[in-house]
Write a protein that binds this ligand. Structure first.
Ligand SMILES: [Zn+2]
Length: 212
């Protein structure tokens, strides 16, 4: 794929500073919220830019998880990972790409159907997706590369445990200088989910013996 093919037609639509208060936080951050025109899937993906991006900014590509991000579901680790990125970037700078890819791309209702299969039939997260005729992961990270290029960013330090995310973003024209693991947010409710990510998709999550 040619980088110029990606860039063509993708541009920043609006930049606006929005004060935010992280949960349990005692101070505010004021990232720039950035919207885009011409993204390949036409969804309303959002970038939060904390401070002026340096030469190789830290970037977190976070897929929307309504249950975890908004309601604090303990079935997954999304809310903690999002909060960690906000706190780190608020203090040290970075770019958070918030992708509207709920349920690894299958949508909220299908994700909750999959949760039910996991609970009733004991399937892991990937087996439940396959039982609903979805692939393990329906996400396409090309939009993340497009957003970065529209922001004028071509080289990044990617905050992720997911090797597929690194590979996809690099394939779409962004140089991933290095990847940095997120914290480990294991609990009794999400341990099977985290374990499945490690076993089936080689996520770099260091689970202690209690959570295997
Ligand atoms: Zn989640």
């Amino acid at each position: 794929m040619n980088i110029s093919d990606i860039e063509r037609g993708v541009s920043v639509r609006t930049r606006v500073k929005v004060p935010i208060r992280p949960r349990a936080g005692t101070f505010d951050f004021e990232p720039e919220m950035v919207t885009f025109s011409g993204l390949c899937d036409n969804a309303e993906h959002l970038a939060l830019v904390f401070g002026p991006p340096g030469a190789v900014p830290y970037v977190r590509v976070h897929s929307e998880c309504l249950t975890g991000d908004v309601f604090g579901s303990s079935r997954c680790d999304c809310g903690e990972q999002l909060h960690e990125a906000i706190m780190q970037f608020g203090a040290c700078g970075g770019i958070l790409l918030y992708l509207r890819q709920e349920g690894r791309g299958i949508g909220l209702y299908n994700k909750l159907d999959a949760y039910r299969l996991q609970i009733v039939h004991g399937l892991d997260t990937f087996a439940a997706n396959r039982a609903l005729n979805f692939p393990d992961d329906s996400r396409d990270f090309r939009v993340a590369a497009q957003m970065l290029q529209a922001l004028g960013v071509y080289e990044i330090a990617l905050v992720t445990n997911n090797p597929d995310k690194v590979a996809q973003i690099a394939r779409h024209g962004i140089e991933v200088n290095r990847s940095v693991c997120t914290g480990v947010f294991a609990n009794e409710a999400n341990r099977r989910y985290l374990h499945a990510k490690v076993v089936h998709h080689q996520h770099a999550i260091n689970l202690s013996g209690d959570y295997r």
